[in-house]
Design a protein around this ligand. Structure first.
Ligand SMILES: [Zn+2]
Length: 147
């Protein structure tokens, strides 16, 4: 596993979240389409998982609502231009989840700890549903954390 995702279940969940987001197969900003033969194995394509709230916040790190599938070029542009990124977010499906993400991304209080084992189980089940066409990314984002 790439060191970029981190260790243990947290790393596995982060990697799976990225795979799920990029399985969209296109850049959500410029509509660049991935040419990889298998959308679940992005070996060489330019799609990246771009977070709204950064990866340091455990509560939002692996939320589907907290990430876009972006091409490397758009990801770089938005990283350099936060105001442009903000305008893009406001014009996208993510606009309605902004307040929710702000709450979820708050630092956890003492004694609170993210259960990465449980989160990995959640993402694996979601991955399975997506792979077997029982769910779309759009639906998964809509359903997430509404319970
Ligand atoms: Zn793009």
């Amino acid at each position: 596993m790439s060191a970029a995702y981190g260790k243990g279940d947290k790393g596995k969940a982060t990697r799976l979240h990225s795979i799920i987001i990029r399985s969209l197969g296109r850049c959500e900003a410029c509509e660049y389409k991935c040419a990889c033969a298998d959308k679940w194995k992005h070996g060489v394509c330019k799609l990246q998982c771009a977070h709204l709230e950064g990866r340091t916040a455990s509560g939002t790190r692996t939320q589907l609502r907290n990430a876009f599938s972006l091409c490397a070029s758009c990801h770089r542009k938005f990283t350099d231009k936060p105001l442009t990124f903000n305008a893009f977010v406001d014009s996208s499906w993510a606009a309605e989840y902004k307040d929710h993400l702000v709450v979820l991304s708050r630092p956890m209080t003492t004694g609170q700890k993210m259960d990465w084992e449980e989160e990995l189980v959640r993402l694996k089940a979601m991955h399975d549903d997506l792979k077997n066409n029982r769910l779309t990314i759009k639906e998964a984002r809509e359903l997430e954390n509404d319970e």
